[in-house]
Design a protein around this ligand. Structure first.
Ligand code: ZN
Length: 462
């Protein structure tokens, strides 16, 4: 997708502009921003009377994202907030409907002389709106999407993603791959990329040795490596030449992928990286109960240890308990009784592991979370029993006979499964230019956008 620049000369005169907070709505409310992956969507060129349409567009972005298993299964890890920024007229300069007066962020087509590349003339207003309308995600948002209310096709990316309603939401999915999982572009059509010793992302490589390929756990025995185009079914993971802007010398996992062309599914290694990326801020043991790690119970007492937190859907979390390193049960809670523990101090440990089939390689243990409590049996402790449902009952038995009520097997809701329906592929922007994700500052320095782009392309090639 095209990178975005900024309108020459427009920023300085708008620096003093003041923008009040706008109403906002949660398209997907998963929990506290500090512990979730956060996407902000904001509209440009939407009048008061267009706000319902903006909601429809915002929901379409999220609906498209969650139709991919990595997002649909992990919706509880993802916040999506829509800000209802209001413009005095609709459309975008240079678009199908040029507005009669500047829109709130002054969106326009023809950025850097490229007809289908939209930019914002007033980024100052954008950052003000984010600060004031989504303070909980500023600056901790992970993906910022600007929806341009014009039917003309166009999109671009830099410190934020921008695309027109005429382009549709699939661009957001490709860009989220960069934002959430540091995925590389898998396309080669731009030509001239370079990877050094190896490509940086989890989904591209220069290494053709079958024992060293990053995604080798996804390559089934018998698959030719490298994998000639068309030699295997389309979903097969192998080693396909042409990736990271290089027609030769760099490889990708599958014939096609969202990161190669934005109208297909994520390949398995990309989906794996996304799931691992979604765990960056989220701990399934978000709320250990009790929160205090030191627990004291009396000689006939009992304590129920448990946890709560975001869960994938279907719930692929496995919860294992040990007492003094000995297996004690499985499930989201464990009743630990003094009679089973015996006098003294004991360590109860909970290990929660996401056993999702979307991940095969987790070298950093990202999918595993641990929590331990020290349970002391002491005459000064409470002799309260563990009570089921708050209605009374017998004390639970701890230790190896601990009763564990597992929620691990439950599957609430539907697994949307891998995306199968192709998105409209007319005029995909993904192949028009390469990304330069380091280019925050570059956004402010594109007065001579075309010349800079040319030089930047050279730099990326090297
Ligand atoms: Zn991929």
């Amino acid at each position: 997708m095209q990178r975005i620049g900024i309108a020459p000369g427009l920023v300085a005169c708008l620096l003093a502009a003041r923008v009040d907070a706008f109403p906002a709505e949660m398209i997907n409310d998963a929990g506290p921003g500090a512990k979730r992956i956060n996407t902000i969507i904001v509209g440009d060129g939407f009048r008061d009377s267009d706000q319902a349409a903006l909601t429809t567009q915002g929901k379409a972005v999220w609906d498209t994202m969650r139709s991919y298993a990595s997002y649909g299964n992990y919706a509880a890890f993802l916040n999506v907030k829509l800000i209802h920024a209001v413009s005095s007229d609709y459309g975008a300069r240079g678009g199908d409907h040029p507005p009669s007066s500047p829109t709130i962020f002054d969106g326009y087509f023809g950025c850097g002389g490229i007809d289908r590349l939209p930019c914002l003339g007033n980024e100052t207003a954008l950052w003000q709106v984010i600060r004031e309308s989504a303070p909980e995600y500023d600056p901790s948002h992970d993906l910022l999407i600007v929806l341009l209310n014009d039917t003309k096709y166009g999109g671009g990316t830099g410190t934020y993603v921008i695309f027109s309603v005429g382009a549709g939401p699939s661009i957001a999915v490709h860009e989220s791959g960069h934002a959430f999982a540091a995925l590389d572009d898998e396309y080669s059509s731009s030509g001239g990329g370079a990877c050094g010793a190896d490509c940086p992302g989890p989904n591209t490589t220069t290494i053709a040795d079958p024992t060293q390929i990053k995604w080798r756990l996804w390559i089934e025995p018998g698959t030719p490596v490298p994998t000639p185009e068309g030699s295997v079914p389309p979903q097969t993971i192998g080693l396909f030449e042409g990736a990271h802007y290089m027609p030769t010398g760099a490889y990708r996992p599958r014939q096609n992928c969202v990161m190669r062309q934005g109208d297909t599914t994520f390949c398995a290694p990309c989906g794996e990286a996304l799931v691992l990326g979604l765990y960056a801020k989220t701990d399934p043991i978000e709320t250990p109960i009790p929160e205090d790690t030191a627990v004291k119970i009396g000689p006939s007492g009992c304590v129920r240890l448990s946890y709560d937190g975001p869960k994938p859907n279907p719930n692929t979390l496995e919860s294992i308990w040990t007492i003094d390193t000995a297996a004690a049960g499985a499930g989201t809670s464990l009743d630990v009784s003094a009679s089973a523990l015996g006098q003294g101090s004991h360590t109860v440990e909970l290990t929660v592991t996401d056993k999702t089939g979307l991940v095969r390689k987790d070298v950093n243990g990202t999918l595993t979370s641990k929590r331990s409590w020290t349970v002391a049996v002491d005459p000064s402790g409470s002799n309260q029993a563990c009570v089921d449902g708050g209605t009374g009952g017998t004390a639970g038995v701890g230790g190896s006979a601990g009763t564990a009520r597992s929620a691990d097997a439950e599957t609430a809701g539907n697994d949307p499964g891998p995306r199968g329906d192709p998105i409209d592929r007319t005029g995909c922007l993904c192949n028009l230019a390469r990304h330069d994700r380091s280019g925050h500052a570059a956004l402010l320095l594109v007065a001579a956008a075309l010349a800079l782009r040319s030089r930047r392309a050279d730099r990326v090639r090297r």
